[in-house]
Design a protein around this ligand. Structure first.
Ligand SMILES: [Fe+2]
Length: 182
């Protein structure tokens, strides 16, 4: 998909969901802008990072998140695995991995089991440079008006990731050392 096709694809999926797009588009554009800046400095695959950033939250409409007008049945935490499935159905296999691994700093099988999360008990952890960059960039932007396009402070990010597991802070620190100066 080129840039236009990527936006057309999002529009196609969200044609009846203008209220969700109102949150989704500014969020994914903010993530894409930051991720692309990092990707350029890191010699990562910039085109892919841009496209996968735009698509990483594609499945939020299937979840139950009334604040951002998502009226689906699935728990919000499933938007990653649902996104993987949806993107795979459209042949977007590499982007699908980003969707699955981008929640928090990644979610381990161990964390799923320990916390009885409604997720498959498998490791869903970013492993390629591109996956790591997008996950890192995503941590700075929420889907609430305050941090939709204005990045969170480092303190806010750190506070918010703690819920994804005990070692989440160390993973963030590691990423922040590599990506955080841009
Ligand atoms: Fe996101």
């Amino acid at each position: 998909l080129n840039d236009k096709e990527t936006f057309d694809f999002i529009d196609e999926i969200y044609k009846n969901d203008k209220d969700v797009l109102f949150f989704l588009i500014p969020h994914v554009k903010s993530v894409a802008d930051l991720a692309v800046k990092i990707a350029q400095k890191q010699n990562a695959d910039v085109d892919f990072v841009y496209r996968a950033s735009l698509l990483h939250d594609i499945a939020i409409f299937m979840t139950n998140a009334p604040k951002i007008h998502c009226k689906g049945d699935a728990p919000y935490i499933q938007h990653g695995v649902l996104g993987k499935k949806l993107l795979e159905e459209h042949g977007l296999f590499r982007e699908a991995i980003v969707a699955q691994t981008h929640v928090g700093v990644g979610i381990s099988a161990n964390h799923v089991i320990k916390n009885n999360l409604p997720l498959p008990p498998i490791d869903m952890i970013p492993s390629t440079l591109e996956e790591e960059i997008i996950s890192y960039a995503d941590l700075f932007f929420s889907k609430t008006p305050q941090t939709l396009t204005t990045p969170k402070t480092i303190e806010q990010v750190v506070r918010d990731i703690k819920r994804y597991g005990d070692d989440s802070y160390e993973i963030f620190e590691k990423w922040h050392k590599r990506f955080g100066t841009y």
